[in-house]
Design a protein around this ligand. Structure first.
Ligand code: DX5
Ligand code: ZN
Length: 221
């Protein structure tokens, strides 16, 4: 089983405690910072963008995990100045050119992930398996923090792990995004997820971030 990685969701950070939060993440071995980019079209919300990413990189050495909930990402990857080793996910539903988008991420030295909404079948991955380092499975519909897990997505995580392993892609990671509570993290890990987006349901639930990280790590190990 791939080792577990926690990726706190930066849209859930309390801005009054922003730099202290980053220090806490660094001191507690956080592996990735999940940055939700929403364009008001692919999802009905606006969140973080290119300036936020640029400034965040100046404040921490933790690699970014960009989750692009934007249409036609293949033309916009260049705007984000992706750094080697950063993760970038693009939605299969947001483009007619998924392979082009994934290749554009790798061309910058990024780790490429295909993101799938809850209802999108795994067959969307059939012809891009050689182009991905991971799959981001939405466990809620994208657009907002604080939603409830869609139960069928637990089965989808298990199906996805099996699908990848059977085809010889055991190294491809599975990132679960949406309502990763302590309780749900246990179920997601058992199903085969290895990377966990931590938002209002876990790391940002209550003021003690370090204790929440420790608890989530325990649940996701
Ligand atoms: C959407 C986001 C949210 C959120 C996760 O892509 O990544 O899912 O911040 O946090 P929860 O669901 O726990 O509020
Ligand atoms: Zn996300």
């Amino acid at each position: 089983m791939l080792s577990s990685i926690l990726a706190p969701s930066m849209m859930c950070v309390d801005y009054a405690r922003f730099s202290g939060t980053l220090r806490t993440f660094e001191e507690n071995g956080i592996g990735l910072l999940h940055v939700d980019v929403m364009d008001g079209v692919f999802v009905k919300n606006y969140t973080l963008g290119t300036d936020f990413c640029r400034n965040l990189r100046k404040m921490t050495s933790i690699p970014l995990d960009l989750h692009l909930m934007i249409t036609e990402p293949e033309w916009k990857i260049a705007w984000f100045d992706v750094q080697p080793g950063e993760w970038v996910s693009v939605h299969a539903e947001a483009t007619d050119h998924l392979q082009r988008a994934l290749a554009a991420i790798r061309a910058c030295g990024g780790k490429s992930l295909a993101a799938l909404n809850p209802a999108t079948p795994l067959s969307a991955l059939d012809y891009v398996l050689d182009d991905i380092d991971g799959v981001l499975l939405m466990t809620v519909n994208p657009g907002f923090a604080g939603q409830k897990l869609i139960p069928a997505t637990l089965r989808k995580i298990a199906d996805c792990r099996k699908y990848l392993d059977e085809r010889g892609y055991g190294h491809v990671r599975i990132e679960a995004d949406g309502n990763v509570s302590f309780e749900n993290a246990v179920k997601m890990r058992a199903a085969g997820a290895d990377t966990f987006v931590a938002g209002s349901s876990s790391v940002f639930r209550g003021p003690d971030l370090a204790a929440n990280i420790e608890e989530l790590r325990r649940c996701a190990e």
